[in-house]
Ligand binder design. Structure first.
Ligand SMILES: Nc1ncnc2c1ncn2[C@@H]1O[C@H](COP(=O)(O)OP(=O)(O)OP(=O)(O)O)[C@@H](O)[C@H]1O
Length: 672
C-alpha cells in the first residue's frame, strides 16, 4: 500500500485562535511533528521527547496543489486500471483536515475524483472500453445509493466467489467527462453533511465512488475512490444527540478499519483479520488485504490546536505503510494479443489491396470507356460482362463487401455464443454448490421454521438458476444454428468471389479476407478458453483463501490462549469457514461432469498464435488455410441435458462427495 500525507494550510479561524504551525515537511517524503508542549514551560514534562519524524511514500506541504498530489500518487494508478488491475484510493483524517477537498475539491480546484476519471478517459480506447460509475455512502452503518436515493437502504452481500456486492446499487454509464462531473456533483449534494464545531460542512458519511472499466462489455479494471468520514472524537467537536451517535458509528467503522490495518500490518501472516465488524471494512475487504493497488492519503492540519488528531493520524498512517497487497491482473490480456495484432495488420492489408485493386480497375474502366466509344463509332457493342474488367470489378467489390458484412455478423454471433458459454459455466457451478447445500440440509430430521424459510429461499434460487440454464441452452442452440447458416452463406460467397477474381491480386484478397474471418474465430475461441479458465481459477483462489482462513482459525483455537468470549465467536466462525470451504470445493471437484462441453463452433486451438503469423506470410499461407478446413468439424455438440432439482433426487447426486451432515457440518444457508 502506498501511503502519503497531505498537510492542509491553517485557516482564518485557526489563525485567530493563535494556533501555530506544528507540522513541517522536511523533504518530499518526511514530516516533522512538533508537540506544542515544547513551547510551554512545564517542568514536569521538560524531558519528554517533543519532536517526531515520520516517513511516507510522499509528503505534501500546505502549499501543494491538487495536481501535485494527483501526479505524484494516483496518476500512475490509472495505467494499472487500463491494464486490468483494480485500484483503490482512500482519504483518511480528522474532521476538517481536508479529505473532501482532496477527493472532490472545488469547481476551481477539482479533486482526485475528477482528475483521475479525466486521465482515465485520456487513456481508454473508446471503441472497446466503457466507463460505468456507482456512488454510495455509508452513514451510521447504513448504505445508500447516492445516484439513486429512492433505492432506500441497501444491503451488503458476499457472493459465492467471495466478492462483496451491494445488490440494487445503480451504475450509470458515463460517456464523457462532463457527465462524470454532473454525476459527482449530484451525488455529493445528496451526501449527509452537517456543520460540526470542527468543520462547517462536515461530511458525516463515508462516500465510495466506484469507477468500472468495461472492455468489450466485460469487467476489466476497477477504481475505488473513498472519502472517509472524519476520525474525530466526540469530545472534540462538542457533539451531542444524533451527532454523538453518528460520531460513534463513524468511530466504529474507523476503529474496525484501524484493527484491520493493525492485523494486516503486523507481519504475522496467521493473525486473524476481522473485516466483519463494520460495513466499511467489509466493503474495503478486497482493497486492503486483497489484490488491489491501494493508496491511502492521510490528511492533517498544520495547526497546533489539532496536535492530538494529527499525531494519531500520522501513527495510523505509519502502520498502514506496512500493509502489502499483491496486485493481480483481472485477465491476462496478452494471451489473445497476438490475434488482435494479426487482425489489425490484416485489416490494413485488406484496405491497401482493395484500394490498389479499385485504382487499377478504375483505370481499366476508363480504357474500356474510351475503347467502347471507339467501338461504338464502328457500330460494334461488347456483350461479354465476365470479361469486362470494370463490371467484374464492381461485382467483385460488392461480393467482397457482402462477405465482410457476414464475417462481422459471424463475429458477433460467436461472441454471443462465448458469453452464453461463460454464463452457463457460472450458473452450473453456482447450482452445484447450492444443490449440495440443500442436500445436506434436507437430510436433517428437525428443521426450525427460520431454517425452513432459508431452505425455501435456496430452493427458489436453485430453480431460478435452472431456468437461466435452460434459457442459455436455448440461446446456444439458436446461436449455433445461425452460425452454421452464416457459414454456408459465407462459403457460397467465397466461391462466387473466387469465380469473379480476375487477377492474382484479387485471388490474394479473397484468401486474405477468408483467413481474417478464421483468425477472428480463433481469437474468440482463445478468449473463451481464457475466460472459462479464469472462472475456475477464481473459484480455486477463493477456496484457497477459505482454506487459509480455516487453518488460521484452527491454529488459534488449538493454541488455546483465547479469551472465553472470543472463543465462542471464533468457534462459530471456524464452523462457518470449514463448511464454506467444503462446499466451495464441490463444484470444482465436479467440474468435468458439471460442464464437460465447450462449443465446437468456436474452433479449438492447439497452440497459441505463433510468431510466424506476420502480416506478410499468413494471408497467403495456403497450406494453413487448407489444414484448417480439414480440421473443421460439422457435428452438432451435445448439450448436457439439465436435470432439474427435486428433493427426491437427493440420492441421485451421489457423486457429490459429502460427509454425512451433522449439526457441526451443516453448510450456512445464507453465507453463500
Ligand atoms: N489543501 C487545502 N488547501 C486549501 N484549503 C483546504 C485544503 N484542504 C482543506 N481545505 C479547506 O478546509 C476546509 C475543510 O476541509 P474538508 O471539508 O475537505 O475537510 P474534511 O476532512 O473532508 O472534513 P470532514 O471529515 O468533516 O468532511 C474546507 O473549507 C476546505 O476547502
Amino acid at each position: 500500500m502506498q501511503v502519503v500525507v497531505r498537510v492542509r494550510p491553517m485557516n482564518e479561524q485557526e489563525k485567530t485562535r493563535r494556533y501555530f504551525q506544528c507540522v513541517f515537511p522536511l523533504d518530499k517524503k518526511r514530516l516533522l511533528l512538533v508537540d506544542p508542549e515544547k513551547y510551554e514551560k512545564n517542568i514536569l514534562r521538560a524531558n519528554r521527547q517533543h519532536e517526531r519524524q515520520f516517513g511516507f511514500d510522499a509528503a505534501f506541504g500546505p502549499n501543494s496543489t491538487q495536481e501535485d498530489v494527483h501526479e505524484a500518487t494516483t496518476a500512475h494508478l490509472i495505467e494499472s486500471v487500463v491494464q486490468g488491475y483494480n485500484a483503490t484510493i482512500f482519504a483518511y483524517g480528522a474532521t476538517g483536515s481536508g479529505k473532501t477537498f482532496t477527493m472532490i475539491g472545488t469547481k476551481e480546484q477539482p479533486g482526485l475524483m475528477s482528475l483521475l476519471t479525466r486521465s482515465l478517459y485520456d487513456k481508454i480506447d473508446e471503441e472497446t472500453d466503457t466507463v460505468q460509475l456507482s456512488y454510495l455512502e455509508v452513514y451510521n452503518e447504513v448504505i445508500r445509493d447516492l445516484l439513486n436515493p429512492s433505492a432506500g437502504i441497501l444491503e451488503l452481500m458476499e457472493d459465492e466467489k467471495g466478492n462483496v456486492r451491494v445488490p440494487g446499487l445503480s451504475s450509470v454509464r458515463a460517456p464523457n467527462m462532463n457527465r462524470i462531473m454532473q454525476i459527482l456533483q449530484e451525488g455529493n449534494l445528496r451526501r449527509t453533511q452537517e456543520a460540526t464545531e470542527a468543520n462547517k460542512t462536515s461530511s458525516r458519511s463515508h462516500a465510495l465512488l466506484q469507477v468500472n472499466l468495461l472492455r468489450n462489455n466485460r469487467q476489466h479494471g476497477k477504481l475505488f475512490l473513498i472519502d472517509l468520514a472524519g476520525s474525530e472524537r466526540a469530545s472534540n467537536t462538542n457533539n451531542t444527540g444524533q451527532r454523538l451517535k453518528e460520531g460513534a458509528a463513524i468511530n466504529r467503522s474507523l476503529l474496525a478499519l484501524g484493527n484491520v490495518i493493525n492485523s494486516l500490518s503486523s507481519g504475522n501472516k496467521t493473525r486473524y483479520v476481522n473485516y466483519r465488524d463494520s460495513k466499511l471494512t467489509r466493503l474495503l475487504k478486497d482493497s486492503l488485504g486483497g489484490n488491489a493497488r491501494t493508496c491511502m492519503i492521510a490528511h492533517v492540519t498544520a495547526a497546533s490546536g489539532h496536535y492530538e488528531e494529527t499525531y494519531n493520524t500520522l501513527v495510523y498512517a505509519s502502520r498502514a505503510k506496512n500493509i502489502t497487497t499483491r496486485p493481480t491482473q483481472n485477465r491476462p490480456s496478452s494471451a489473445d494479443a497476438g490475434y488482435a495484432e494479426a487482425l489489425r495488420e490484416m485489416r490494413k492489408e485488406v484496405d491497401r489491396r482493395s484500394g490498389a485493386i479499385s485504382n487499377s480497375m478504375n483505370q481499366l474502366s476508363e480504357n474500356n470507356r474510351r475503347n467502347g466509344s471507339d467501338r461504338l463509332k464502328n457500330g460494334v457493342i461488347s456483350t461479354t460482362p465476365k470479361k469486362d474488367g470494370a463490371r467484374g470489378s464492381s461485382l467483385f467489390t460488392q461480393l467482397k463487401e457482402q462477405y465482410m458484412t457476414l464475417s462481422d455478423k459471424q463475429k458477433k454471433l460467436r461472441q454471443r455464443l462465448m458469453r452464453a458459454n461463460q454464463e452457463s459455466y457460472e450458473v452450473s457451478m453456482g447450482r452445484t454448490s447450492k444443490i449440495a447445500i440443500l442436500m445436506a440440509w434436507e437430510k436433517q430430521k428437525h428443521i426450525e421454521e427460520k431454517t425452513a424459510q432459508s431452505i425455501e429461499r435456496l430452493k427458489a434460487d436453485v430453480s431460478e438458476l435452472e431456468e437461466r440454464a435452460e434459457a442459455l441452452v436455448d440461446t446456444r442452440r439458436k446461436t449455433e444454428k445461425s452460425i452454421r447458416k452464416n457459414t454456408e452463406l459465407m462459403k457460397g460467397l467465397e466461391n462466387r468471389l473466387r469465380g469473379q477474381a480476375l487477377s492474382k491480386e484479387q485471388t490474394e484478397l479473397v484468401d486474405l479476407i477468408v483467413r481474417m474471418s478464421e483468425i477472428e474465430a480463433e481469437k474468440i475461441s482463445v478468449r473463451n478458453d481464457l475466460a472459462l479458465h479464469d472462472i475456475i481459477m477464481k473459484k480455486t483462489d477463493n477456496s484457497m483463501a477459505k482454506l487459509h482462513k480455516y487453518e488460521n482459525l484452527a491454529e488459534r483455537l488449538i493454541e488455546g490462549n483465547v479469551e472465553e468470549s472470543d472463543r465462542l465467536q471464533l468457534e462459530q466462525e471456524y464452523r462457518i469457514v470449514k463448511n464454506q470451504f467444503h462446499y466451495h470445493l464441490i463444484p470444482l471437484k465436479n467440474i468435468q461432469s458439471t460442464v464437460s462441453w465447450n462449443t465446437e463452433l468456436l474452433p479449438s486451438i492447439a497452440s497459441p498464435v505463433s510468431s510466424k503469423m506476420s502480416s506478410t506470410d499468413f494471408p497467403l499461407d495456403q497450406t494453413f488455410v487448407l489444414n484448417k478446413k480439414k480440421k473443421q468439424r460439422d457435428s452438432v455438440p451435445l448439450l448436457p441435458t439439465l436435470q432439474r432439482y427435486h428433493s427426491q433426487d437427493l440420492e441421485t447426486m451421489s457423486d457429490v462427495d459429502l460427509d454425512s451432515p451433522t449439526s457441526h457440518h451443516l453448510p450456512p444457508l445464507n453465507a453463500f
